[in-house]
Write a protein that binds this ligand. Structure first.
Ligand SMILES: NC(=O)C1=CN([C@@H]2O[C@H](COP(=O)(O)OP(=O)(O)OC[C@H]3O[C@@H](n4cnc5c(N)ncnc54)[C@H](O)[C@@H]3O)[C@@H](O)[C@H]2O)[C@@H](O)CC1
Ligand SMILES: Nc1ncnc2c1ncn2[C@@H]1O[C@H](COP(=O)(O)OP(=O)(O)O)[C@@H](O)[C@H]1O
Ligand SMILES: [K+]
Length: 511
């Protein structure tokens, strides 16, 4: 269930299934059945349901649901947008199967919407081609104004299922039922907020359909823990990787400590925090497990990176975006370690990306860029609005040569190869992760995971999955604290999450 399908890919899955012998009306009947089932759970038996049916197959699903709800005892009213005489194919079949009245939607008294227990939005789904206007826009605005529970069929009407954006008005749903697989629009903001609670219903799509039609990305999840390093019982600490984190000046020294301590928690064997002389003087305090090294400039860093036991390096948290940082990034790019560039190491290259991207592309070890949307714009500009966040991340990964982690509530992870099986969307991050230092923690988790031996030998799928695992673990670790979360809480929370998901737990021999 992890593949995400664009509306076009979903349409191709429908077509594949129909071509392999399942009539389209069977798919529509199952879709309508799934919608009716959720509707029943949202409103009491015998409740009043208003079904708003559009001019295509989304409307068809609405007519099926109307029939099933009416036969189950609900008081159903149907209003159609557009001329029902023009309905075709499966949608016409569904319309013909509805025995009740159909009122033109333009004749609805929208002030009566408040009298319904549930509004079913079956106006537009995958077939939306442009922003809603005219009668459709007015209807959608009236639905939203009514503030009644709304169940959207497939997608809230007006929402673009590929981009997760609405060009005009869009339905604010309480719940959305979609079919077979999630679409990007269900996960990418603002679309995700318009969907409410999302259910994915099985409508009997052929099991080979996705292989034939393709997919666009994958949803992250606990399944990614299969990419955790398989720690052998007699492991040596150096066999678990060694991360070097570069810390910054005293004003922002905490960032490096946050990254370094969680890199250790993520399972790497050793972490060295390289600090400028003015920060070195600080006490070991709560971080005695970290080793420290003096690093005043790029030359010091190059010298530290000559230690070939280092397997990953994280650079940027707490660093000032300036020439000295650029030189340190160049030194790190010259090394053979996996590299995570975040925060100051990203902003330092605003408006001067060519030497950065050239050096990233020349590397054989993975380089990861972890920009939030502001940092992304500094490196990649305001890219075309017609691209989804998934497509923007894929394009930026291709252009830079780095594995891109485009952060936010809907973080996208993309490999420069642009492949769908190397692209992920993360959806478990709670909003309280928007707190100072949370990004530094993410950089540390990703570096800590990448540092551990790559048993898959530089396989892009494994590397991207490892980065996506880091993003997913960060989201999981963020959940328990609630809105009081501060970034330092993530370290203990990560420990709990890893205890829960670790594939192999040590079993002691009892005497
Ligand atoms: N293909 C299949 O076999 C299945 C499709 N299903 C349903 O079919 C839906 C897709 O159906 P369609 O492809 O017919 O598309 P829709 O029903 O989403 O809408 C298509 C119609 O809306 C018009 N339209 C698009 N944007 C408009 C705008 N901004 N203003 C006014 N009119 C606009 C189009 O010209 C077309 O007539 C899915 O969302 C899903 O609900 C399900 O029944 C499952 C099976
Ligand atoms: N509204 C949100 N919902 C969920 N996660 C969020 C939200 N805002 C930010 N995050 C996550 O929190 C982290 C913040 O990183 P960043 O912006 O670099 O913060 P900082 O620089 O303060 O550490 C990222 O992993 C991001 O995906
Ligand atoms: K809809």
């Amino acid at each position: 269930m992890r593949e995400l399908l664009t509306p076009a890919q979903m349409g191709a899955c429908d077509a594949f299934t129909i071509n392999h012998g399942t009539p389209g009306i069977d798919l529509m009947e199952r879709a309508g059945q799934a919608v009716a089932d959720v509707a029943k759970a949202m409103t009491p038996k015998n409740g009043r349901v208003l079904v708003l049916a559009g001019p295509g197959k989304n409307g068809g699903d609405g007519y099926v649901a109307a029939r099933l709800l009416a036969s189950a005892g609900y008081d159903v009213r149907v209003a159609a947008l557009g001329d029902t005489r023009k309905l075709e194919g499966d949608a016409k079949w569904a319309f013909d199967g509805w025995n009740g009245d159909v009122l033109p939607a333009t004749e609805l008294d929208t002030s009566e919407f408040a009298a319904y227990g549930l509004i079913l939005d079956a106006l537009f789904g995958a077939g939306l081609t442009r922003g809603l206007d005219g009668a459709a826009a007015a209807l959608v605005q009236a639905v939203n104004h009514a503030e009644k529970p709304v169940l959207a069929v497939d997608l809230p009407s007006g929402l673009d299922g590929r981009k997760g954006q609405a060009l005009g008005p869009a339905v604010q749903a309480t719940s959305t039922v979609t079919f077979h697989r999630l679409k990007p629009g269900h996960l990418l903001y603002p679309g995700r907020a318009l969907c409410g609670a999302i259910r994915v219903a099985d409508i009997g799509i052929h099991h080979d359909a996705i292989s034939a039609a393709g997919f666009t990305a994958q949803l992250t999840g606990a399944y990614l823990t299969e990419h955790l390093f398989d720690l052998s019982a007699d492991a040596h600490k150096y066999a678990r990787g060694h991360v070097l984190v570069i810390g910054g000046p005293p004003e922002k020294a905490g960032a490096g400590f946050l990254s370094a301590s969680v890199a250790l928690r993520a399972g790497t064997g050793l972490v060295t925090l390289a600090l400028p002389p003015e920060t070195m003087a600080g006490s070991v305090g709560q971080y005695p497990a970290l080793m420290r090294a003096r690093c005043a400039d790029a030359r010091d860093l190059a010298r530290l990176l000559r230690d070939d036991r280092l397997t990953a390096c994280a650079l940027g948290p707490g660093l000032t975006p300036n020439e000295a940082t650029r030189q340190m990034v160049y030194a790190a790019l010259d090394s053979k370690t996996a590299l995570v560039l975040d925060a100051g190491a990203i902003t330092a290259f605003a408006g001067m990306v060519t030497p950065l991207f050239e050096r990233i592309m020349a590397r054989s070890a993975p380089t990861v860029l972890t920009p939030h949307s502001g940092e992304f714009k500094r490196l990649f500009g305001d890219s075309e609005t017609n691209l989804s966040k998934i497509e923007r991340a894929q394009k930026a990964a291709r252009g830079s040569g780095a594995i891109l982690v485009l952060k936010g509530a809907d973080t996208v992870i993309a490999h420069p190869n642009g492949r769908a099986d190397c692209t992920y969307v993360n959806a478990n991050a709670p909003p309280w992760l928007a707190t100072a230092g949370s990004g530094d923690v993410l950089a540390g988790i990703v570096a800590g995971l990448l540092a551990q031996p790559d048993t898959a030998h530089n396989d892009p799928q494994h590397q991207t999955a490892t980065v996506a695992l880091g993003v997913w673990l960060h989201g999981e670790a963020g959940q328990p604290s609630g809105p009081a979360l501060v970034a330092t809480d993530l370290e203990a929370a990560l420990q709990t999450v890893l205890q829960r998901v670790s594939p192999s737990q040590f079993i002691a021999v009892q005497g």
